[in-house]
Design a protein around this ligand. Structure first.
Ligand code: FSX
Ligand code: SF4
Ligand code: F3S
Length: 381
């Protein structure tokens, strides 16, 4: 603990003051850094470096484009109840263009988009929210008289890297459901010459965006990605592996109807169509908001419908039973308490008292369980 405080004494004073002004103490800020470091699958020795990155005055330019989507990803980032998530993201980057957040409009905003891309050619991060329709030369989505396809090709190929946020941008999402009338497509099908990171989820977890950007800025490289270009630290495990209802699954206790005794008792939702056993995401370990332990679909009593998994969400029927890839119980179960780290949480997962290496809570458990190559600060991207 003492060592950590010593190594982070150089925290930028203005940001510390800013955090204090928002009611976030320096101590709690460090606890948050510890939690997010664990969520990224990095060792505790990286906490100070992560804190330095967050407090660095250098801001990476980001252009954020919207195509076919509902703006839920942006909303979930902005509606995160704790100020630190969206404020940390917006503090770490220079958001040069966002159709949702821009005060300007019309030709003025289009000029700022072009100016930013020209000024930061090859250096900015492009965030894309929404799928790209490719049928009929992309005529189903046009902005400022240009197709989404044309805009993506233009700004995607001039970026340093592209983050496809949400299932729509990652693989087409809800718009790509059969018969996919507009030819809704994910970014990586179009941008093939630049690194594309997929952060699926409908909406994507704001914590996965924060930790991906933090990882990139802290280590100067992309995190390890899986075969679907998703960061392994966030999508390396099935939801089923850390679900709070997993003991009921293993014991054969299932809710059979919404509102029945099993449902009220918190039994497993598998027979109501839960797709947790075939969906890779960290919803069950870092949860989805700062409002407590129930802050994720299964926590509210609704089966996971696999919103983040291509070929599952918006493809399989909601009531359809999931494939089960793992049928043996995990050695231990995720802790589901929504303990707060002095008011700072990472999706409600407990992180209190983590600084000395004693990390409690589901996100830390998930991080500890990752394979050695996933926890090492290496990138195969
Ligand atoms: Fe909506 Fe984002 Fe779903 Fe899509 O999220 S929440 S339709 S993944 O692109 O805005
Ligand atoms: Fe949880 Fe769903 Fe798995 Fe049941 S089937 S343990 S509710 S993820
Ligand atoms: Fe989506 Fe399932 Fe998580 S529905 S938000 S992947 S629990």
């Amino acid at each position: 603990m003492g060592q950590l405080l010593t190594s982070t004494e150089s925290l930028d004073i203005s940001i510390s003051e800013e955090l204090e002004a928002q009611g976030v103490s320096r101590r709690n800020f460090l606890k948050f850094c510890t939690a997010i470091t664990a969520a990224m699958g990095l060792p505790a020795s990286m906490v100070a470096k992560v804190a330095e990155t967050i407090t660095s005055p250098t801001r990476t330019p980001v252009i954020w484009l919207h195509f076919q989507e509902c703006t839920g990803c942006t909303e979930s980032l902005l509606r995160a109840t704790h100020p630190t998530v969206e404020e940390l993201v917006l503090d770490m980057i220079s958001l040069d263009y966002s159709e949702t957040l821009c005060a300007a409009a019309g030709h003025q905003v289009e000029k700022s988009l072009n100016d930013s891309a020209t000024l930061n050619d090859g250096k900015y991060i492009l965030v894309v929210e929404g799928s790209i329709p490719v049928k009929e030369n992309g005529i189903y989505c046009k902005i400022a008289d240009r197709t989404a396809l044309d805009i993506l090709n233009d700004y995607g190929n001039r970026a340093a890297a592209v983050v496809a946020i949400g299932s729509c941008a990652s693989w087409g999402g809800v718009q790509s459901s059969s018969p996919n009338p507009t030819g809704a497509t994910g970014v990586h099908e179009i941008i093939t010459e630049k690194p594309v990171i997929n952060l699926p989820g409908c909406p994507a977890s704001p914590y996965n965006l924060l930790s991906t950007i933090l990882y990139y800025l802290t280590l100067g490289k992309l995190p390890q990605l899986d075969s679907k270009a998703r960061p392994k630290f966030a999508y390396g495990r099935l939801i089923h592996e850390h679900c709070e209802r997993r003991p009921h699954f293993d014991a054969g206790r299932f809710a059979l109807e919404f509102g029945d005794d099993g449902h009220r008792e918190g039994y497993c939702l598998y027979k109501l169509g839960c797709k947790g056993p075939e969906t890779y995401n960290n919803c069950s370990s870092i949860l989805y908001g700062d409002v407590g332990s129930g802050a994720w679909p299964v926590g509210t009593g609704h089966p996971c419908f696999g919103c983040s998994e291509e070929g599952v969400g918006f493809t399989k029927y909601i009531h359809e039973q999931s494939a089960v890839f793992t049928d043996t119980p995990p050695a231990s179960y995720a802790q589901i308490s929504g303990d707060k780290a002095g008011g700072i949480t990472i999706g409600g997962a407990a992180v209190a008292g983590a600084v000395g290496g004693v990390i409690v809570g589901a996100s830390a458990m998930a991080a500890k369980k990752m394979k050695a190559e996933e926890t090492a600060p290496e990138s195969d991207a």
